[in-house]
Design a protein around this ligand. Structure first.
Ligand code: HEC
Length: 162
């Protein structure tokens, strides 16, 4: 009886060990994929036509606050007296690249999260396609390594969603 229990204990230990192994194996695969992604230049998700359409939409709607080339407002790191921040750069020198595609899209469509900042909502004025094109335009300004890091974060964010 005692030895049976011991066997059971051993068996479950083995099972745990096995599933741990599997977890490690799949982690290694993800790490490998990530390593490959950083070794190989990431392909742009957008097309050239989107960049050129996005540029027009950007100059018309966004440049006034975010700057002609997406350089952001002066002193964008410093909150104003109302506690709200000026328009940050979108050209890769700010932290827009910390946000996965769906968050960037959401911010542009619906404005500052919770209406707590001064980013207006564009959902009424721009179609989803136009918003995507604007993102393509400003991402085309990002230095390569920033784009690479963004791709990895974006992929990770999607994976975490399951
Ligand atoms: C009236 C000024 C204004 C206009 C026009 C404007 N924005 Fe903004 N935008 C802001 C401000 C201010 C913020 C920072 C908001 C905050 O702190 O919540 C912001 C934030 C953002 C962010 C988040 C960036 C980050 O680093 O988190 C994105 C993306 C963005 N804007 C894109 C756009 C696009 C694309 C357009 C044109 C369709 C546009 N904005 C037009 C003022 C503006």
């Amino acid at each position: 009886m005692k030895s049976n229990l011991l066997m059971l204990g051993l068996l479950s230990l083995l099972l745990v060990a096995c599933s741990d192994d599997q977890a490690t194996a799949s982690n290694t695969t993800t790490t490998k994929a990530a390593a490959q992604a950083s070794a190989a230049p990431a392909k742009n998700w957008y097309r050239f036509e989107q960049v050129s359409a996005g540029g027009r939409i950007y100059q018309e709607n966004c440049a006034a606050c975010h700057g002609k080339r997406g350089e952001g407002a002066e002193n964008w790191r410093k909150a104003g007296p109302d506690g709200k921040y000026p328009a940050p750069p979108l050209n890769g020198s700010g932290h827009a690249w910390h946000h996965p595609l769906n968050i960037l899209f959401h911010t542009i469509k619906n404005g500052s999260p919770g209406g707590q900042g001064d980013m207006p909502a564009w959902g009424e004025k721009l179609s989803d396609e136009e918003i995507i094109s604007v993102i393509a335009w400003f991402q085309s300004k990002w230095p390569r390594e920033i784009y690479q890091s963004w791709v990895q974060r974006d992929v990770a964010a999607r994976a975490n969603k399951g």
